[in-house]
Design a protein around this ligand. Sequence first.
Ligand code: DP6
Length: 359
Amino acid sequence: MDTAQFISKSKNNSVEKASFTWQTPSNIALVKYWGKSNPQIPKNASISFTLNNCHTITTIDFEKKETSEKVDFDLFFEGKQKDAFKPKIAEFFTRIQEYCPYIFDYKMTINSENSFPHSSGIASSASGLSAIAMCLMSLESALNPDLSAEKINKKASFLARLGSGSASRSIEGPMVVWGKHPEIEGSSDLFGVKFPYKVHSIFENYQDAILLVDKGEKQVSSTVGHNLMHNHPYAESRFAQANDNLSKISEILQNGDIKAFIGLVESEALTLHAMMMTSNPYFILMKPNTLEIINSIWEYRNENDSNICFTLDAGANVHVLYPENEKKAVNQFIEKELSKYCQKNQYIYDSVGFGASKK
Ligand code: DP6
């Protein structure tokens, strides 16, 4: 695989001090990434909606240091030093050092905050790692002003992927495909690409209400989760199914067949959880209220001829997806009928967004 193209060819070395701030979003997968090989190569292609309101804002201050022997950084989360997050970021720097050798030259101070409540069960790795990747790319383009915007985004996604696979889908929007797929032009296992075809208007400004069913720590970390797909009895058929679903959803997004969209997206969510329930060791990540919500969504959809549907991450929270033309009615339904299943009645209204923005 052509990874040499991502090795920095910085030209000037005269940047003594710099500071960059980026806001990058979370994303929600429609066809799920679950299973990978080294180094962060997905077993199947995935596609997600980029979100708008759930985001991370990160500033990195870079200051040239005397020696370049090791990577040196401090990490602050919401204003407080956060050593607990350091190992994941340190590992990220190790994985990217051959592509960004300039990280050895600077002392880095990382300041990060999320728009969504801390430990809300919303995965912050996608927004968190993509924000760091964008800050690094800002430094890289200061060192090499010839870099085009396209190259910057591509390499940022490449770097973000090495931190967390789903982070590769958080640089651009409104829909991003990650993983090589014969029917998606330009797709790659190394970085995410914007869904390259014209999307039907029904999917414009699609809504995602995130119902916070269980705000606790993740029961299964993504590393453990992905590893469960090694030697999983259904792994090969799952990977084939996901790639097949990506072909189908590509058609659906273009032709606007929203009923087919609902069927595919809900099946993907339940399949992800079925993979966890049938692995060794096995897990049930849904909570009773997850099922209450799913049943209420199905009932509402039947009774109101609605196009509401759900998807799930590797946890108990429910993402409620619906077209913009149902926003008023569905929001009322959420407030009246679904919020009671959320921890402390908490939910977040979000919608599809356009990716990273410089602050
Ligand atoms: C269930 O991207 O968190 O959300 O690459 O180990 O960091 P790592 O995994 P991560 O996995 C996300 C899995 C998922 C599905 C998806 O977003 O596609």
